[in-house]
Design a protein around this ligand. Structure first.
Ligand code: BTX
Length: 329
């Protein structure tokens, strides 16, 4: 844990009370003038700090503003997000993460932006990423697994998103295989997993997540208004992005380690707890064809299992599922 985040912890533990420079300097093992410098940095990130002679320091206001510092301070992870880059506006956080990866950035590096002007989805689709209203984030991962297991990372990320939306926001999210997070059938978040592999080895994965948090319904572009939703839209409540992102990173790190240690089985169970439309009739679409099928569930490796109208079962590694309104798309 960095000195900064320890400092934030110390001040936040005694909410609204003064902590003396002496106490801070002893707890952190740095000089009182170094403490002063840290306080100035905190103010740059939007904290309001009160310094009173003989009493010490206290936080009067914690900023909602997203920055590398506000996310890192108080972040309880060992490796995920300990290297963190934040931008106010980018084309796509995915591209930045790929660049960092090629410059040998370490496992767990995170890229965040307030806004994306060219946010992307799968198959070159675009991802609307309005300024300050959502989590637009890419994580650089260097897992030691075989490339064919990379799609499991998408399912892992989906369970983490669903879990955090449930515990942090009190929602009942659903997962649509492989990568959509829905609420009441509308799209709340998406995941984009991009893999760089060579000689049958994963070099790195850039895992992008886009979550609509504080959008009002009319903030979405017209063409997706009927299919998109946000946390605020669903719960009637807005959420500060910083603690939400911290919860995501903390939960992701925990589940990732569980996956590395125990394999996909436990993730699968969690995934199934949130899975949507299992046992129901849907339309399945692949690059080659489109057909009606029964959604049976996922296989031990995360692949999708469906059954066509003649009772023939099939296992699919890449496909889209449609139902209801979007069946006719
Ligand atoms: P996807 O291909 O499953 O979904 C893309 C489709 O979703 C679009 O064609 C559109 O219909 C719809 N859509 C676009 N924007 C939104 C939105 N904000 N909310 C709901 N529906 C929308 C999903 O791809 C993967 C998205 C990953 C986004 C993250 S954000 C951080 C990172 N950077 C980046 O450029 N992409 C990822």
């Amino acid at each position: 844990e960095s000195t900064r985040s320890k400092l934030i912890h110390l001040l936040q533990d005694r909410e609204r009370e003064y902590v003396s420079g002496q106490v801070l300097s002893e707890a952190l093992n740095i000089s009182r003038s170094a403490i002063w410098k840290h306080m100035k940095e905190l103010e740059k990130d939007g904290y309001t700090i009160e310094a009173a002679p003989r009493k010490g320091y206290r936080i009067v206001h914690t900023p909602d503003k997203l920055s590398a510092n506000t996310v890192k301070w108080g972040l309880e992870t060992n490796w995920l997000g300990q290297r963190l880059h934040h931008y106010s506006s980018v084309g796509s956080t995915q591209l930045h993460a790929h660049e960092f990866a090629q410059q040998n950035a370490e496992h767990g590096t995170v890229v965040l932006a307030d806004e994306q002007t060219r946010g992307r989805g799968r198959l070159n689709r675009s991802w609307h990423s309005r300024k300050g209203e959502g989590v637009w984030m890419s994580m650089l991962l260097r897992p030691e697994i075989e490339p064919h297991r990379a799609p499991q990372m998408t399912l892992l990320a989906a369970t983490v998103l669903a879990e955090v939306l449930k515990t942090h926001c009190g929602m009942k999210p659903q997962i649509k295989w492989p990568n959509d997070i829905l609420s009441n059938g509308k799209k709340l978040a998406g995941i984009l997993t991009e893999l760089q592999a060579e000689h049958d080895q994963i070099q790195y994965i850039v895992l992008g997540t886009g979550i609509n948090v504080n959008h009002e319904a009319e903030h979405f572009p017209e063409e997706i208004q009927s299919i998109a939703t946000s946390v605020r839209n669903e719960t009637g409540q807005s959420f500060e992005l910083t603690p939400f992102i911290q919860a995501l990173l903390q939960t992701f790190e925990k589940r990732y380690e569980e996956y590395m240690e125990h394999g996909f089985q436990r993730i699968k169970l969690r995934w199934e707890a949130f899975a949507y439309r299992i046992g129901e009739r849907v339309v399945v679409k692949t690059a080659k064809r489109e057909w009606r099928a029964l959604l049976l569930g996922i296989e031990p490796d995360g692949a999708l299992k469906v059954c066509d109208e003649d009772g023939k079962e099939e296992i699919l590694y890449s496909a889209e599922i449609k139902w209801g309104k979007d069946e006719d798309e």
